[in-house]
Design a protein around this ligand. Structure first.
Ligand code: PNS
Length: 180
């Protein structure tokens, strides 16, 4: 085991960089996601926030739009990198030299789904740990899908997403309504 700052046999100081990956579909990013990302960025040395395009859900925003919104929202977090990967999460984690998958946990209803994914990922590579951060109470009910539904029917989503995302959501929903 190498501890940060440990001196090895050849008298060199070994610094272990803790790299984590925060995966998701981020369609779009919410303040709930950002809360987990900001707290994760304080815990880990390096955090990759990674958009996976193929989650079986029909997206409202393109991959490029989702990346752009995430990059704008995390621009002040110097140890955060936003990118996308189309493949197995575990392959991506290994490719980035990470050892941690960071996820947010909201209500009890998240637990079963997250448990299954964490167990499967452990089966694929037991050296990779899934770490959960509890959502803040004010975001514990918030998901991208519930947000899109409220926005679609003109409900107020202020304070639940960054202002640029709120604007983009309203525009996209208007476009879709007109197109019908
Ligand atoms: O935000 P979401 O939709 O809950 O994120 C789901 C995500 C992207 C974390 C999950 O679908 C995923 O890990 N996809 C990558 C493909 C993969 O490795 N699937 C097996 C997971 S056990």
């Amino acid at each position: 085991m190498t501890l940060p700052g440990m001196i090895n046999a050849t008298n060199e100081v070994e610094v272990k960089v803790r790299t984590a990956v925060c995966p998701g579909s981020f369609d779009p990013v919410t303040n709930g996601h950002l809360d987990i990302i900001e707290r994760g960025a304080q815990i880990f040395d390096r955090l990759y926030v990674t958009v996976f395009p193929n989650t079986g859900k029909e997206p409202l925003f393109t991959l490029e739009e989702r990346l752009e919104m995430l990059r704008a929202a995390t621009k002040d977090l110097s140890n955060v990198t936003v990118e996308s990967y189309d493949g197995l999460l575990l392959d991506y984690v290994r490719m980035r030299g990470a050892s941690i998958i960071l996820k947010g946990l909201r209500a009890v209803s998240d637990y079963e789904y997250e448990f299954r994914m964490a167990m499967m990922n452990r089966k694929l590579d037991e050296k990779v740990e899934t770490v959960f951060l509890m959502s803040r109470v004010e975001y514990s009910y918030l998901s991208s899908s519930i947000l899109k539904e409220v926005a679609r029917f003109g409900g107020c989503i202020k304070g639940l997403v960054p202002p640029e995302v709120e604007k983009a959501l309203k525009e996209r929903i208007q476009e879709r309504t007109k197109g019908r």
